[in-house]
Write a protein that binds this ligand. Structure first.
Ligand code: ADP
Length: 178
């Protein structure tokens, strides 16, 4: 299952690149505490956005695990970026609650800004080492729990870079009791 409606919100999974979601209002960055460029998602987003993104973010850094801050999208196709710091698995504790905070805080921040669509990468499952299966469960359970509080968001997309990560999320989405 790659799509599901939870109340008024469409939740969908796609395999692809988070920097190429041109029909989406805000993309989420799996950021580092300093909100700088780096590897993985943060590197791809900063490269595509240009230097202005790091400049705008500098005064907001550092952020804490679970926290989310918003910036404009600069040269990205999206007007906004929400930067979340995921937990380093097993180091930032409790890792499960901090990962849930990322999804919850990003969704609430986008909703406060009256945005209608948001795209997430799989936070913490790259350099930060979070195993994909529990991370997928936390992402989808947190989305399901927060949807009733959202007033403006109509579409939540999760963009998985790898086919196997897509399949893991797909299975978890199928198991979500709606
Ligand atoms: P973290 O430091 O939070 O673990 P990473 O950026 O290292 O973040 O990785 C998070 C996930 O994003 C990984 O599963 C990785 O495969 C995936 N990823 C890497 N580049 C991209 C991209 N351009 N678009 C979407 N997902 C990506």
């Amino acid at each position: 299952m790659d799509k599901l409606k939870i109340l008024q919100v469409e939740v969908e999974l796609v395999q692809g690149d988070i920097t190429q979601q041109d029909d989406i209002d805000v993309i989420v960055n799996a950021a580092n505490a300093q909100l700088e460029t780096g590897g993985g998602v943060a590197g791809a987003i900063h490269r595509a956005a240009g230097h202005g993104l790091a400049e705008e973010c500098r005064p907001m850094a550092p952020i804490k695990p679970g926290e989310a801050v918003i910036s404009s999208g600069h040269q990205l196709p999206n007007p906004f970026v929400i930067h979340c710091l995921g937990p380093v698995y097993g180091v930032d504790q409790p890792s499960d609650a901090l990962l849930a905070d990322c999804y919850r805080n990003a969704l609430l921040l986008a909703d406060e800004h009256k945005l209608a669509s948001i795209a997430f990468p799989s936070i913490s499952t790259g350099a930060f080492g979070y195993p994909i299966k529990p991370a997928a469960g936390i992402a989808l359970d947190t989305i399901k729990a927060i949807v009733p509080s959202l007033k403006n968001i109509q579409k939540i997309r999760i963009v998985l870079f790898d086919q196997t990560d897509f399949e893991t999320f797909d299975k978890k989405l199928g198991q979500l009791n709606i």
